[in-house]
Design a protein around this ligand. Sequence first.
Ligand code: UT7
Length: 362
Amino acid sequence: MTYAAVTGWGKCLPPAVLTNADLATFLETDDEWIVSRTGIRERRISHVRLEDLAFVAASRALAAAGLDPQAVELIVFGTCSFDDQVPNQASGLQLRLGAKRAAAMDVNTACTSFLYALSTANAMIRSGVVRNAVVLGGELISSLMDWDNRGVAVLFGDGCAAVVLEASPREEGVLAEKLGCDAEARSTLVIQGMGGRYADFSRRYGATDWTFEGPEIFKRAVLGMSGACAEVLAARGMSPQDVDLVIPHQANLRIIEAVSKRCGLSQERVFVNVHRYGNMSAATVPVALVEALEEGRVQPHATLLLPAFGAGLTWCAHLLRWGERVVPRGTSSVQLPPCELTGLQLVEAHRRRRNQSEPSVA
Ligand code: UT7
């Protein structure tokens, strides 16, 4: 039997920080509301394109695995905020990495995109189509954000992370997965302005409008994620006590706490970094995984549980077994170009572009 072990991991967070106090300079909001309702204290705003974040994250993950980019056979890029829809995001990364032999595809299920991408790559490795893959979750939401809508502007941030999967005879990597979609609620989260129905160009890409029914998404997210967790544990005959660390989608601390409670998972075994980055959509789970490794929270042979939800409303949970190695084999010298602007200055530039109805260029 072939499995798909996780052998490399790397993240890339843009350096510019946008605090809750920064948001309160142009929105009717405050730190107390944002922290008490979401747990978020700050988020990152990118000064470069998603491809640049991905290049750094993937280079770090490949160095951690000790895998030459020329040996990569598959890139699966989980995102809903592509730099371009055609050509796809993964092909741009293939070119930057020099991974000439790699097939390259994008997967878009919004915030669950990394985990759906993980399932895709896992299946292709286990069925023998490829022997390895780079799987990414990355998002650049700041250029698509309606910065004058306080109901969404305080929630999201930019970031990217990648893992390397390699075929292994040992039972490592994805042990069980459950994926689904609550499509009856797909109208609860819609970003108007992205997609073919706007191709008459009467609307510019910079002027995206968000439909966002927060409380309804909240309820369905808790149900979807906790149901998926119960199913993957049952599939392996495991109980919540068998899980060493839960690394959930980081949209809202209250959602994470509600899911843990419903599933009987103790809060000490749940990794949380939503206070640092907000909701980075597809990037939340892989960035949290990388940080859990960096902080020594993942032990050799650990059992990890990764639940998530996103627009669609897609939901899923993955049960993962870690391997022996919890430290990178090597490091990469690839870096982002320096950023001269503050998070607030970057956001002000986005707001000016939106208000002038100019296309976004980030
Ligand atoms: O990953 C997929 C993405 N989706 C999500 O993550 C959404 C999940 N939902 C949530 O995280 C929560 O529903 C929110 C954080 C979005 C909202 O929290 P809530 O406790 O459900 O608040 P609410 O929407 O019921 O709003 C409560 C009040 C309202 O005022 P009134 O009507 O009670 O006077 C809002 O207008 O809070 C007001 N409000 C704000 N106040 C200050 C909404 N946004 C803000 C804000 N600052 N930024």
